[in-house]
Design a protein around this ligand. Structure first.
Ligand SMILES: Cc1cc2nc3c(=O)[nH]c(=O)nc-3n(C[C@H](O)[C@H](O)[C@H](O)COP(=O)(O)OP(=O)(O)OC[C@H]3O[C@@H](n4cnc5c(N)ncnc54)[C@H](O)[C@@H]3O)c2cc1C
Length: 357
């Protein structure tokens, strides 16, 4: 019989999307060891993400949770990654949110008068001449992260460091003891202090985590060539138009809570194209069409913490449509929590739900 030599590590991470990769990088930077188990074919949210960091979103103009801290953490982490890998991942981009109707216009002005922090993020109401619309809009700064490039780069780095285990994780092979967790599968035995589940919406298939209040949403995106002078700003009105350089524009994204699969559909492509052309009425040629499933929590906030029964099993999930901005802050917070006992911010703690205390 083949002899298996046990491996000892600090953290076993399950899932190598943006969450798992950023967590692995954070741990190594803080002097810890990790193994990341991932097979990229089980969920592709990070590989198709539009990567927009929008400080204000939704019908009710919601500001990001803990906006100052999460945005500055994201900026510093992507800057550190850029320096380490000599590759560009983050850019700021002027954004224009157009009001869809009078109600949206009124909601904005009512909210702006009550929320002092908005002035830091939205300096002015303004609409450029190219998009003069009936109800006006707001201008502000957003950011764009090349999420797929970050994930590909971090995966390659983890592989070089001997930290990447490229295979499907089987939960039945996980065994918990008081002070450690053992993953005994196929030809390996990995002993770790903690296992952290970063498996996106596939957490719903886990015996330990399937009751998590997740509400995954399928989303589709188009990449098109727009036959017009290049767009200069990210434009948002029902859908977004994200300029990628020259005349290439990303259009997204749809939301569907049924049929959770990663198959693009022609009807959704037509819907996105029609809505995009209502804003930017120029000929467009579809170059690429992607679909994925956002791992969204029911209250649209990230989920961090440890399992109430299996306290060696942690989770970092629930990034929904905001993984690009929240993962750097959440990775740091989770490591502080597990290593130093620093309490998690209430808005992203698993224990905000009674059943998970
Ligand atoms: C259409 C669309 C547009 C989006 N646009 C934006 C945007 O503009 N801005 C933004 O911030 N976010 C956006 N998002 C959301 C963003 O993609 C997610 O928040 C983020 O990618 C989630 O990362 P994750 O690592 O938690 O999950 P995932 O990317 O789903 O990664 C999970 C990983 O775990 C692996 N895995 C699962 N089960 C197993 C197993 N049993 N064994 C081994 N591996 C396993 C999967 O294969 C995958 O690699 C968008 C998402 C979609 C679908």
């Amino acid at each position: 019989m083949k002899k298996i030599s046990p491996e000892v590590t600090d953290y076993l991470i399950i899932g190598g999307g943006l969450a798992g990769c950023v967590l692995a990088w954070t741990l190594v930077r803080r002097g810890m060891r990790c193994r990341l188990v991932d097979t990229p074919l089980l969920s592709n949210a990070s590989r198709i993400s539009a990567g927009i960091i929008n400080p204000i979103s939704g019908k009710r103009f919601s500001l990001l949770w803990d906006a100052d801290r999460v945005v500055s953490k994201a900026q510093s982490v992507y800057a550190a990654l850029e320096e380490q890998f000599r590759q560009s991942f983050l850019r700021s981009i002027p954004a224009l949110r157009l009001f869809t109707d009078q109600e949206e216009h009124d909601v904005w002005f009512a909210k702006r008068s009550q929320t002092i922090t908005f002035t830091d993020y939205v300096p002015r109401e303004h609409v450029s001449e190219r998009f003069s619309q009936d109800f006006g809009g707001i201008s502000y700064t957003a950011w764009h992260v090349e999420v797929e490039a970050v994930v590909m780069r971090l995966r390659a780095w983890l592989r070089d460091e001997g930290c990447l285990v490229e295979e499907e994780f089987i939960e039945e092979h996980l065994h918990f003891a008081t002070n450690e967790v053992l993953y005994a599968a196929h030809d390996k035995q990995i002993h770790a202090k903690y296992v952290v589940m970063c498996n996106g919406w596939k957490a719903l298939h886990s015996a330990l985590w399937r009751d998590l209040p997740l509400s995954p949403a399928k989303g589709e995106l188009l990449t098109v060539r727009a036959e017009a002078p290049p767009l200069q700003e990210l434009v948002v009105k029902n859908v977004f138009l994200l300029p990628l350089g020259h005349t290439i524009v990303r259009i997204g994204a749809s939301y569907s809570w049924e049929h959770l699969d990663e198959t693009p559909t022609p009807e959704t492509a037509q819907m996105l194209l029609r809505k995009a052309q209502e804003i930017f009425p120029v000929p467009m040629t579809i170059l690429r069409h992607d679909a994925g499933v956002r791992p969204a929590a029911q209250d649209s906030k990230p989920i961090l913490g440890v399992h109430p029964r299996e306290t060696r099993c942690a989770i970092m999930n629930g990034f929904g449509s905001k993984g690009a901005v929240y993962t750097p802050f959440c990775a740091e917070s989770l490591v502080d929590f597990l290593e130093l006992g620093t309490p998690l911010a209430e808005w992203c703690a698993l224990t905000r739900w009674k059943a998970w205390r």
